[in-house]
Design a protein around this ligand. Structure first.
Ligand code: DGJ
Length: 726
């Protein structure tokens, strides 16, 4: 609900359990007054203290009142260069070269439903109550107009934000920074949680107390990146998994981003999140406007776990789209780790045959099926079938797979080109390259300039032709390098600062075409594993390959970190061969299956090469996943341990929304002699209900507050048990 109190000039946004408030003050500055647990009402500006602070300047119109300074006021969208020395929300060069921005309230509107953003991914309100608030701010000196958009999805406690900037002046302007969100806290210490990491070590939660200064995380790679994820949490020092206040903010964007958290001289906190200002410059002619990506915020007073579950539901049901978003995905087998580039139709069929016998439902042919693609030095860009490997093309192979009772899926990497390709020979200028400078290769490939319409057209034509050439039910959309040499031959010098963002818009345009023309095709996002695992991609691809690291023990950490924002239904997780290609570690087929079953579930090996006992285990895993997929994909997810601590075991559970069923996964930690007996306390059950676990009946309260004594197992052995209300 959005409520404007005319007398107090406050606008209050209410969700089921949270309240968010702003207030237009006497000078027209839009103050941020509150974001936290739901309140009955009131004007929260009483929290803002006005003091005469040295070196905190005062706007002209307040005259001799030295207690009024933008430097100390919490603001909805901070100004720049006119008295607030904290991180600005917007930076722009206007008219005569001035870089100051001073925004004042002009008006606002409220409407039913949620706004959409043209060409950009955004949460939508199908099936839920939502309202939109639009607040208009203006810099009267330059004519810069800012529209702050808020979407309120009440039942998830989700508030989305986006910003439209318009040049309402008479001369051109250049935007240098436009945050999607600015969130000011007038007081109090906070911890910051970010999801850091690296290739094959994605989304490792990092928690730190904020100290005075600005802490910046982000990506300048042109993608959201393996190294930092566009998701941050602020919380109280005391906040835990199950208790305390926290504010999570996710950016619905797949390109370079920046999150700044500033802790000030007066112990205020400011968070800004949006497109990274690195190499960003957007020209606005009079009358033109620019729209930022969306940011989504969830406040939880019940700890980090509840915050995550709110994000999970909202992402699964109101960000992901298409028929697959809430459905069981086919249990797939992918040939990449089994064969790399060394395969042909017979090899693919032999992997598929073995898999079909134990119930695998889809064969995905990975990289290497096209052009001269026998290694990663050649072929990208030439989306014609390699007839030596696949005589007759994709059709005959896909039909053979379908005759085995399986679906057929295919890997593509549309955004890239190898120099050793027909495409590059024909159009060398289609790849990013700075004139006069040798290009920088990444995985021996170059990035296509998706800001160019003819390049996007080429990609779309090829994807369309490929999808129409055979019964293809699934696509794995990969992207295997960061952007460098970002310069477009199609744009004039003064517009080169737009290329990074225009690239992302190009990716979205192609993905939208796929979504519209091939709605039944399930698309899995991928970027060398989880290098572009973000809310932007999830609008187009309801699942993303979580990491190239398929070691089950390492996956415990990666999936744990991923779960801070992203639901299990989006997490591509497969059982792979041992010793693991990334770590050299061997764990049992059972452990690998238990860990992969916390995601979309599939296989990444040649089942012809495992023992008959392991094959039986695979058969059992598949049957079991079929019986509990709805818990994993639609249930509430609870983290029961932190795999970054050396705990005796790692555990998690999925609980059905009506709390009648649950699935628990446990993997033992590093082995020790004479070990401590592990006691597992469950979460999310109905304390007044009884549950059957392994043939025994326990109270929900008993399982949650007393706990379940686990058997002592060997290092990295796993347990999986189902709970059913009796
Ligand atoms: C990176 C992906 O993450 C892998 O799964 C695989 O598809 C390779 N690319 C293929 O080049």
């Amino acid at each position: 609900m959005i409520f404007f109190d005319e007398r107090r000039n406050t606008i209050t946004l209410s969700t089921a359990a949270t309240t968010y408030q702003m207030k237009v003050d006497s000078t027209g500055v839009l103050l941020h007054t509150y974001y936290g647990p739901r309140l009955r009402g009131g004007d929260l500006s009483n929290r803002i203290v006005h003091e005469d602070r040295g070196f905190s300047p005062n706007p002209y119109e307040v005259g001799k009142d030295r207690t009024y300074s933008l430097d100390t006021l919490p603001q909805e969208y901070s100004s720049c260069g006119v008295g607030d020395f904290r991180v600005p929300s917007v930076e722009a060069t206007c008219g005569k070269g001035s870089r100051t921005v001073d925004l004042r309230y002009v008006g606002h509107t409220v409407r039913e439903g949620k706004y959409a953003l043209e060409g950009l991914p955004a949460f939508y309100n199908e099936g839920v109550t939502a309202q939109t608030l639009s607040v208009e701010l203006r810099d009267s000196c330059t004519g810069l107009e800012v529209e702050l958009l808020y979407g309120v999805l009440e039942e998830y406690d989700l508030i989305t934000r986006a910003v439209r900037v318009r040049n309402g002046g008479e001369s051109p302007m250049e935007l240098e920074r436009v945050s999607s969100v600015c969130l000011d806290f007038p007081a109090g210490e906070h911890d910051l949680i970010t999801l850091g990491g690296a290739y094959a070590r994605e989304r490792e939660p990092v928690r730190m107390p904020l100290t005075q200064g600005v802490h910046t995380v982000g990506s300048v790679r042109g993608t959201s990146s393996h190294q930092q994820n566009p998701f941050v949490v602020l919380c109280d020092h005391e906040t835990t998994e199950d208790a305390g206040r926290c504010w999570g903010v996710a950016l619905v964007y797949s390109g370079s981003f920046q999150a700044n958290t500033e802790y000030t001289q007066f112990h205020e906190t400011r968070l800004t999140l949006g497109i990274n200002p690195f190499h960003f410059r957007w020209k606005l002619q009079p009358g033109e406007s620019f729209t930022t990506p969306e940011a989504a915020m969830v406040f939880s007073a019940q700890g980090l776990g509840h915050m995550s579950r709110q994000f999970h539901r909202a992402i699964r049901l109101n960000l992901c789209r298409g028929p697959w978003k809430d459905q069981r995905r086919p249990i797939l087998i992918n040939n990449w780790e089994a064969t790399l580039f060394d395969f042909d139709a017979e090899k693919i069929c032999s992997i598929a045959k073995a898999a079909s016998q134990v119930g695998v439902e889809m064969m995905v042919m990975d990289d290497g099926w096209f052009g001269k693609r026998n290694d990663d030095f050649a072929g990208l860009g030439d989306w014609n079938v390699n007839q030596t490997k696949l005589p007759g093309g994709l059709g005959p192979l896909a039909h053979r797979i379908e005759e085995m009772g399986m679906k057929f899926g295919l890997w593509v990497e549309p955004e890239m080109v190898n120099e050793d390709s027909d495409l590059y020979q024909a159009h060398p200028d289609w790849a990013f390259q700075v004139p006069g400078r040798p290009m920088t290769r990444g995985r021996s490939q170059l990035v296509l300039d998706l800001t160019r319409a003819e390049v996007r057209q080429y990609i779309m034509d090829n994807l369309r032709a490929t999808l129409n050439s055979a019964p293809i039910s699934y696509i794995k959309w990969d992207m295997n390098r960061s952007l460098t040499d970002v310069w477009s031959a199609a744009l004039p010098a003064q517009r080169q600062g737009e290329v990074y963002h225009r690239y992302v818009l190009g990716v979205y345009e192609i993905l939208e075409m796929l979504h519209q023309e091939f709605p039944q095709v399930l698309i899995e996002g991928c970027s060398g594993g989880g290098g572009r695992f973000d809310c932007g991609m999830l609008y187009y691809t309801p699942q993303i390959w979580c990491s190239d690291n398929t070691d089950a023990i390492e996956r415990l950490r990666i999936q744990y970190g991923t779960s801070f924002c992203y639901p299990c239904s989006t997490v591509g997780a497969h059982v792979s061969a041992v010793p693991n290609g990334q770590t050299g570690r061997s764990v049992s087929m059972h452990t690998r299956g238990v860990v992969a079953a916390a995601g979309t579930f599939g296989y990444e090996l040649d089942l012809n090469e495992i023992t008959s006992e392991e094959m039986e285990e695979v058969r059992t895993q598949i049957q079991h996943f079929r019986s509990c997929w709805d818990l994993v994909l639609r249930g509430d997810y609870y983290r029961l341990s932190n795999p970054f601590r050396q705990e005796a075991f790692n555990a998690w559970m999925h609980v059905s929304p009506d709390k009648s069923r649950a699935l628990v996964g446990v993997v033992m930690g590093v082995g020790h002699a004479n070990p401590i007996r592990p006691l597992l306390r469950l979460k999310g059950l109905d304390p007044n209900a009884d549950y059957k676990v392994n043939g025994e009946v326990y109270g929900g309260d008993q399982l949650m507050y007393g706990g379940l004594a686990l058997p002592i197992l060997q290092e990295y052995q796993a347990l999986q048990f189902d709970l059913e209300r009796v």
